[in-house]
Design a protein around this ligand. Structure first.
Ligand code: SF4
Length: 220
């Protein structure tokens, strides 16, 4: 159907750990800025107890996709279905994300998808700052290894935590930021789960994705 058809049809038919943060970061090479093999980092994540979220998770959700992807899509944290399956963006939000990628001529195997947090917050509550601080080194390792050319922050929380800003998502989207730590262009858009609830916003999400594509094209 492509993204245009997808957007138009939706508009027409709206529907306590012993680990300190430092030692945890050190495990994944964050302190020294070293790159580590992602399968080893994933193994560390699987056993991670650095924040309270390890107590309620069923599975860690590390991320999936191409290890040489140009596009890195980052959401907030696993939801119920992701926690059950151990995979990012499954269920209806995942299907919507697939449609969005399809509109760009991409599929999941060509991008990399991850979350800021690797464990599900209970009852999908907002992540706490301390949880983000302890989990961030894993995302940094993913970025260091994959070296994406563009980062898409999906949803308010992912955008605010990656950019270290408190502005509402409406003010963060629609322009190109830079992910300071790595100097990678970053575009903010809505989370697919939000788009399922607010289908009229899909057109804006499509504009965000085309903005990201233009950044890549202009960079050659
Ligand atoms: S959310 Fe991150 S820091 Fe917390 S237990 Fe899970 S993997 Fe570790």
């Amino acid at each position: 159907m492509g993204i245009t058809g997808w957007v138009d049809s939706q508009i027409q038919n709206p529907v306590n750990s012993k680990d300190t943060p430092e030692s945890q970061a050190d495990i994944v090479g964050e302190v020294q800025g070293q790159s580590q093999d992602l399968s080893s980092v994933e193994a560390v994540v699987r056993g991670c107890k650095a924040c309270v979220l390890h107590q309620s998770r069923s599975n860690t959700v590390f991320g999936s996709g191409s290890l040489t992807a140009d596009w890195l899509l980052v959401g907030e944290a696993p939801g119920a279905e992701e926690d059950k399956q151990g995979l990012p963006f499954v269920g209806r939000a995942g299907q919507l994300l697939d449609s969005m990628l399809y509109g760009l001529g991409l599929n999941r195997d060509e991008v990399y998808i991850a979350n800021v947090l690797k464990c599900r917050p209970p009852r999908n509550r907002d992540p706490m700052g301390e949880e983000v601080r302890k989990c961030e080194p894993y995302l940094h390792q993913q970025i260091r290894n994959i070296q994406p050319r563009i980062i898409i922050a999906m949803g308010r929380f992912a955008a605010q935590s990656l950019l270290k800003k408190t502005d509402p998502i409406g003010r963060l989207r629609g322009r190109v930021h830079e992910y300071d730590k790595f100097g990678i262009p970053l575009v903010v858009t809505y989370h697919p789960a939000y788009l399922l609830r607010s289908p009229l916003e899909k057109r804006k999400a499509w504009l965000d994705l085309t903005l990201a594509r233009a950044v890549l094209e202009n960079a050659g």
